[in-house]
Structure formats: C-alpha cells, structure tokens
Design a protein around this ligand. Structure first.
Ligand SMILES: O=C1O[C@H](COP(=O)(O)O)[C@@H](O)[C@H](O)[C@H]1O
Length: 232
C-alpha cells in the first residue's frame, strides 16, 4: 500500500487541489467522488480560494459523493450541503456537473434514482478518482465494520450508522473498487492507532472496510498528515 505523509493537513489538501487542476485539463469529463465528514472541509475551503478557484477548469469536472446522510442539504450533517457552502457557492460550475445524493428524498426511491444516474453517467462505472475518508472505527463512505457486504453487486446501498441509527446512502464496495484511483485522505492523531493496525495487519484479518477496499485495477494511496502518520 502506498502511504504518503505530508507535514500538515494543509499540505496534503494542496496536493489534492493541484491534482484537480491537472484532471480538469484533460479533454473530457472527469468523474470525481468526494468524501464527507469533517476531514475534507479543509480541501473544499482550499479549492474555493486562489489560485485553485480560477485555475481549475470546473466545467470539466463532475462531482459525486461516496455517501450522504438522508437529511436536507441545509442540515450541517449533509455531505453535499457542506461542499455547496464551502466550495460550490464560490466557484462557477455547471449545475449538471453536480451529482448529489438527494438526502431529503425517500431513501428507497433515492437509492433507485441515484443508482440509475451512476449507471447512465459514469463510463463503465469506473470513476477517475474516488477520494475517501476513514472514521476512527475504520468505516469508509457509509460502509461500516461488521455490516459491509464486500460482494454486493449493487452500485449503491442504504446503510444505517451503527450508533446513531442515521440512514445514509453509500456507494458499494464493489463500485468503489472499480475506480481508476482511490485516495484515502486521513488527518489528525485520532486516526493514528487504527492506521498503525491497517499498516501492520493483513487486511483480511481486520473488520475495517477502509483496510479492505482498494482499486482492483488501479492505484490505491493514503494521503496522511504527520499527526495521523505518527505511529507508522
Ligand atoms: O460518516 C462519515 O465519516 C467518514 C469519516 O469522517 P471524518 O469526520 O472522520 O472525516 C467519511 O469519510 C464519510 O464520508 C462520512 O459520511
């Protein structure tokens, strides 16, 4: 596995932001999946400010989410709502490039609609880049330890947060693993211990979806800050 440690979280997200510039210069639509939770907020703020806000050719990038919570976009728990507030409100991007999970809808109907949109829009269901986070329990997207079916053939699924019971829609492990590139962005010392376990233990012996999900035919890499990497 490819672990890349940056001195700070800011340095890690600036590397990702530079790659947004490069992807946006490709002469085709590029499909990128964003992570939710607290970690990527620094990335969204960085992308919304110079030089990235104008250097990225936003019209060439299509944005998706690994998961979202079934709440309205104005709810602070909404992964899409946070990106809208921190990034989309500050740049010029065509509305048709934003492929959000509609958290305000009925979960079963939204699962069907979102699955159809994925199938229709993403060539061969192969994302160019999936950026993931990792919870301190080892979950990624809304794929939680002890409740993830890694063989699920569906592109997306309904998940329930094991503690709060919050309902979510998540990409499936199999869909994520079809990506050309997967980057786990993990920062902060609260994730240091679990990262050490992931680095030192064979993935199949661990219950953590973040340890097991990797690009089957592409690149999998971990972008860490020094605090997260301190036990590696
Ligand atoms: O619940 C979630 O958690 C993970 C990690 O979140 P963080 O707050 O520890 O950064 C995130 O990747 C996922 O998208 C989100 O829904």
């Amino acid at each position: 596995m490819n672990y890349i440690t940056f001195p700070t979280a800011q340095a890690a997200v600036e590397k990702i932001a530079q790659e947004f510039v490069l992807y946006s210069q490709l002469d085709r639509p590029v499909h990128i999946s964003l992570s939710g939770g607290s970690t990527p907020k620094l990335l969204f703020k960085t992308l919304a400010t110079p030089p990235f806000n104008t250097k990225v050719r936003w019209e060439n990038l299509h944005f998706w989410w690994g998961d979202d919570r079934m709440v309205v976009p104005s709810d602070p728990e909404s992964n899409y709502g946070e990106v809208q507030k921190l990034l989309f409100d500050h740049i010029r991007i065509p509305v048709e490039n934003i492929h959000r999970i509609r958290g305000e809808e009925n979960p079963d109907q939204e699962l069907a609609r979102f699955s159809a949109e994925l199938t229709a829009c993403v060539p061969n269901l192969e994302f160019d880049w999936i950026i993931l986070g990792m919870g301190s329990d080892g979950h990624t997207a809304s794929l939680f330890p002890h409740q993830t079916n890694f063989a699920d053939e569906n592109v997306a699924l309904i998940a329930k947060h094991p503690e709060s019971g919050q309902i979510r829609i998540s990409k499936s492990a199999k869909l994520i693993e079809q990506a050309k590139r997967i980057t786990y962005l993990v920062t902060g010392s609260a994730k240091a211990e679990i990262l050490k376990q992931i680095k030192t233990t064979p993935a199949e012996q661990l219950p953590y979806p973040a340890a097991r999900i990797r690009a089957k035919n592409g690149i999998t890499e971990w972008y860490l800050d020094a605090d997260a990497a301190k036990l590696l």
